[in-house]
Write a protein that binds this ligand. Structure first.
Ligand code: FES
Ligand SMILES: [Fe+2]
Length: 350
């Protein structure tokens, strides 16, 4: 699937940037291959419009904000959040420019400390995370990085029990126990919930972060996939500690994803410092990143004859199946560089 050619993907909310990045002016972002500019309006809500002035195509992100509007840095035309030109300083006040001059505008909202954008009419709401509403939990912002891989690769990796023993052999995996843990999956309206009990190795840093001194422990995991590129993994340890990780692989273009990760924990800063929580998760995430950046970004939704599979791949195959079904329900074919499917189909080079 080539995400930039799949118009249905424009109809989802994606977290694109920490809202704090907008305190010193407008910022650019590329979402599904579309260049947008984000800024903070006068009422304290973020706005997103195309990053291209309708006058002489200057990037609006190279302008500035004034009274909640964005001002083009080239000749000073001003836009509101609807994308309408509301002031042309060379003409002066009192003239209505709205009918003729505008640039496309997109849905923008703030949740969980991030700006979320949907380029088209959203099919689903931004997910509610129960931990955000609970005083028992603190939120830790963890990562905001660009990865050279498709969002689908990261999504299926999150639900892939077989990779732990290999990719994470230096952190919490056990290379001597390659048999993946069992799991159950329940479909939801916008994804699925997967539950499992995962035995893990408890090495030194993890012992510190978990407050567990044993050399092994068990993660009771409830992992939720939100179609297409968002997941939450809620891990509960035998001590009652809950570490709930939200990871988005926001699609920048076909080959790159903006990784946004934050977590909720029901312990305190004095029990485990923010720096240690980030340090441990970073070690794990870097292991995934190294492998995933070596995978093909054109993930075939119809994988037959292109990728071989095993039983533990079922969650990833369900992700592809549910995306295929959603595309079919909207009469949209899969956009891909792979040749027509069949037993002898092979990926084209690209
Ligand atoms: S290019 Fe933006 S005002 Fe001229
Ligand atoms: Fe992993």
């Amino acid at each position: 699937m080539l995400v930039t050619k799949q118009s249905l993907l424009r109809r989802f909310w994606y977290p694109v940037m920490p809202v704090a990045h907008l305190t010193d002016g407008p910022k650019p972002f590329r979402l599904l291959g579309v260049d947008i500019v984000l800024w903070m309006t006068a009422d304290g809500t973020p706005a997103a419009i195309a990053d291209r002035c309708c006058h002489r195509t200057a990037k609006l992100s190279r302008g500035y904000c004034e009274a909640g509007r964005i001002v083009c840095g080239y000749h000073g035309w001003q836009y509101d959040r609807s994308g309408a030109v509301v002031r042309v300083p060379q003409v002066g006040e009192g003239r209505d420019h709205r009918s003729a001059m505008r640039t496309p505008a997109f849905n923008a909202a703030e949740r969980y400390g991030y700006v979320w954008v949907a380029l088209g009419d959203p099919l689903f709401a931004i997910p509610e995370f129960e931990e955000a509403a609970s005083p028992s939990y603190r939120k830790i912002d963890q990562f905001y990085d660009v990865w050279q891989c498709a969002g689908l690769r990261l999504m299926e990796n999150s639900f892939d029990m077989a990779h732990i023993a290999f990719v994470h052999r230096d952190t919490f995996g056990d290379a001597g126990s390659p048999k993946p843990a069992a799991f159950t999956i329940t479909k939801t309206a916008d994804g699925f919930v997967m539950e499992s009990e995962v035995p893990v190795v408890n090495r030194d840093l993890q012992k510190e972060v978990l407050g567990i001194s044993d050399d092994t422990t068990v993660r009771s995991s409830q992992a939720i996939w939100y179609i297409p590129f968002l997941r939450k993994t809620r891990i509960k340890y035998p001590t009652g500690l809950v570490h709930s990780i939200v990871t988005a692989a926001t699609p920048i273009d076909d080959a790159r994803s903006q990784i946004v990760q934050f977590c909720f924990r029901n312990d305190t800063e004095s029990e485990t410092s923010t720096a240690d929580v980030i340090r441990f998760d970073n070690a794990v995430v870097e292991e995934d990143k190294y492998i995933l950046e070596g995978t093909d970004y054109d993930v075939p939704l119809d994988y037959r004859g292109i990728e071989a599979s095993m039983a533990s791949d079922r969650p990833g195959l369900l992700i592809r199946e549910m995306l295929r079904d959603l595309l079919a329900a909207h009469d949209e074919p899969e956009a891909t560089n792979h040749r027509a499917k069949g037993d002898d189909a092979m990926p084209l080079s690209h």
